[in-house]
Design a protein around this ligand. Sequence first.
Ligand SMILES: [Zn+2]
Ligand SMILES: [Zn+2]
Length: 264
Amino acid sequence: MGGIGLAVNRARATLRDMHAAVAWTGRALKPVLDFALPPRCPGCGAVAEAPHRFCLACWSALTFLGDPCCARCALPFDYGSGADALCGACLAEPPAYDRLRAAVAYGDISREVALKLKYGGRPGIAETMARFMARHLDTGGGTIVAPVPLHRWRIWRRGYNQSALIATALASRAGLETKLDLIRRVKRTPPLRGMGPRERRDAVRGAFRVDKDKKAAVKGRTVLLIDDVYTSGATANACAGALRRAGAARIEILCWARVVKAGD
Ligand SMILES: [Zn+2]
Ligand SMILES: [Zn+2]
């Protein structure tokens, strides 16, 4: 009896400590709740078997990307055409980057996951994305991982850059070096949604820069650029251009979701 009473008292003391920690700083609330609540499906939020696991319905609705695809931009091919085969768009106008890979096709569920990270700022979601993206890592040591930057006004409003959260999670999984401020967005760009390819290109022209003091770090290196969603490639190409001008030897892009159908 005494033993049970002691255990109850101890549990009460632990709870009191937790509440004190929560009262002391609101930041403590989230880890405590994350620990106490069951894992949720990153897509629909239903209770899931384990952390970072999608429920069956969301899993079936996701399209995982991989071979066969364009060697450069990862556009899916209907049948294998060889490891070096390029799509028509890449043949007509080679992108500024060397290789792009994406975990999933852009669709209802992958968009939901990206929005949860973008507006919910949940590092657990970044970890989920990083797990699926890591399968496409094909870089050796010495690679620098950098996110597509946001304009500082947007960071002030939101408090974080979603691509930087993914870059951090991915780099720590793969044991790669990160440089979160490698590229700077020097021009505020309008939302590209609804614009044609030429308009998008014009909108992001001159928007990204690698500052002088970072150039030494980039020269001759492979840079792995992280983005949440790859739509037209305008942003990724503008970033890749800035990296190339700074002397990067190879530029790879890894994103969570890639638009594969025109109009998305
Ligand atoms: Zn689900
Ligand atoms: Zn291509």
